[in-house]
Write a protein that binds this ligand. Sequence first.
Ligand code: FMN
Length: 179
Amino acid sequence: MARALIVFESVFGDARTIARAIADGLSGSVQVDVVAAADGPAEIGPDVDLLVVGGPNHGLSMPRPSTREGAVKQYGGEIPDTSRGLHEWLEAVRVPHSGTRAAAFDTRSDHPKLLVKMDRASRTEEKLLRGHGLPLLAPAEHFYVTDAKGPLADGEEDRARRWGADLAQALAAQPAGRG
Ligand SMILES: Cc1cc2nc3c(=O)[nH]c(=O)nc-3n(C[C@H](O)[C@H](O)[C@H](O)COP(=O)(O)O)c2cc1C
């Protein structure tokens, strides 16, 4: 059975809910593990066929120490260590083999319209994935929250489940050699 690893960052729980829903969608034909970036492995093993990463948009990109501190001070977010998250994990993780495919997602405000089009944490996530030589299995997906602290907009959890199922299909259609 193919194996997937989903690594997420989440301050208010929305990206974590999406990560788990994607896992649900994948789980029909793929064995899936879901971990927070703070607990992410130091190395991606050759047994991982698909790596999915995702987290919130913060200040038009991925969260970083200053925006995590902003989330704590302005919105009462609880972050034990603001110096580490998905970006830092993606920079540090080792991928010493080929054969793993990747995909990225982010969560973001559903307004205003201009902002919705502009910011893309997932763009940076994809750049970091490509930096490890990981081919992208599918274009990034974006999931919407109705306010900074959530909740997710109606239907987003179901959409994440469907995206997970689509990723499983794409993985089966484009099997990569393990090496
Ligand atoms: C400090 C901070 C900056 C944010 N900046 C943006 C932004 O630039 N664009 C956006 O769409 N949402 C922005 N948001 C809203 C977040 O995307 C939202 O909090 C997140 O998607 C919720 O996911 P989470 O519950 O997993 O943390 C920001 C939120 C915080 C706390």
